[in-house]
Every structure is written in structure tokens, then in C-alpha cells.
Design a protein around this ligand. Structure first.
Ligand SMILES: [Zn+2]
Length: 184
């Protein structure tokens, strides 16, 4: 599992075990997941953090992942994973989805009333709205106070001409940590 364009995958710590199992199902079926979206910052985050958005997306609480699947050199996107096209998918992809659906703590977006086959979450918004509220607020605070690694790396790259040798070495470390930051 890795993030799109080397970005970090951000999830609430309570969702880590779920993300870890998703990763294990991918490894088991020899698939690579490219996470295209994890935690999503609300549109107007800080000022009205107490006001809940109308739609309680699990992305806003760090309890959801969107993915593309890479298998046999092919990237499977949403359209190809719709249920009516399922029979055309390779066994590995079908087995991965089957593993996900067999896990009682993971919801596959392909089963939603409006199918979203590239979405995975744990349904915390429905199963435990109070927990969703709490994690929604925690994520806003944590995100506001943290600098994502990739952003720091971009800043270092921009300032590279002014870096001394030691800092230049750090920026190399930063780059290598960037490439594995997406791994869970
Ligand atoms: Zn999603």
C-alpha cells in the first residue's frame, strides 16, 4: 500500500488496525493499492470546527481510504470495479474484494446504495456517530498542528541552495523517508 504521488496516508489512530488489515488483504492477493485519498480536511476547518458538516463522510474523521488497485501492470479504477463488471476482473482482484467484504469491520463502497467501489471505511459515522464527532474534531486539531512530511520535504527542496552540508544530508533522508511514508 502506498499513497498517490508519494504523499502520506493520514488516518485516525483508531483506524490504523483496519488500514493494516486492508493492506494485508492486498499483500495476500499480490495487489498494490494506491491510496488516492485518506483523511480529508473539511472545507472550512478551523473556525467552525464544532459545527458538523451535513454529510458525515468517514474521510473527515480519518476512518476511510480511497484506492486504485494495481495488478498485472494495470490500474483498476472505479468503473471497472462496478458490480456488473465484476466477472471481467482478474481472480486476484475478486479475491481481494471478497476478503474485504468478509471482514465484519470493513465496508466496501461497492456495496453502497450509490456504489463507490474505490472507497473503504469502517462505518463509524453510522455505527458510532459520537465517536465520529470526536475524531472529526481531533483530526482537525492534529492536522492544524502538524506538518505533513511531504510538505516539509517540498520546503527543504525549495531552500536547497541555502542549505549547509548537514542540512543537505537531512534533505536526502527526508526524501527517503518520503518514499516509505505512505506505507502502513
Ligand atoms: Zn471515499
Amino acid at each position: 500500500m502506498r499513497a498517490h504521488r508519494g504523499r502520506q496516508i493520514l488516518v485516525h489512530r483508531d483506524f490504523l488496525s483496519v488500514a493494516d488489515r486492508i493492506n494485508r488483504y492486498a499483500v495476500k492477493n499480490h495487489l498494490h493499492l494506491v491510496i488516492t485519498q485518506s483523511y480529508r480536511v473539511p472545507d472550512k476547518p478551523v473556525r467552525n470546527a464544532i459545527v458538523q458538516p451535513a454529510v458525515k463522510s468517514n474521510h473527515l474523521a480519518g476512518h476511510a481510504l480511497d484506492f486504485n488497485m494495481v495488478y498485472g501492470g494495470h490500474v483498476f479504477e472505479s468503473q471497472e470495479m462496478m458490480q456488473n463488471l465484476f466477472h471481467r476482473l482478474p481472480d486476484a482482484v475478486i479475491h481481494f474484494i471478497r476478503d474485504i467484504r468478509a471482514d465484519p469491520l470493513i465496508r466496501w463502497g461497492g456495496d453502497f446504495t450509490t456504489p463507490d467501489p474505490v472507497h473503504l471505511d469502517d462505518g463509524v459515522n453510522i455505527l458510532n456517530p459520537e465517536k465520529w464527532n470526536a475524531h472529526y474534531r481531533e483530526c482537525i486539531t492534529d492536522y492544524a498542528n502538524a506538518t505533513p512530511k511531504w510538505r516539509r520535504w517540498v520546503m527543504l527542496k525549495r531552500n536547497k541552495s541555502g542549505l549547509d552540508h548537514r542540512l543537505g544530508h537531512n534533505s536526502i533522508n527526508m526524501q527517503s523517508s518520503l518514499s516509505c511514508s505512505g506505507k502502513l
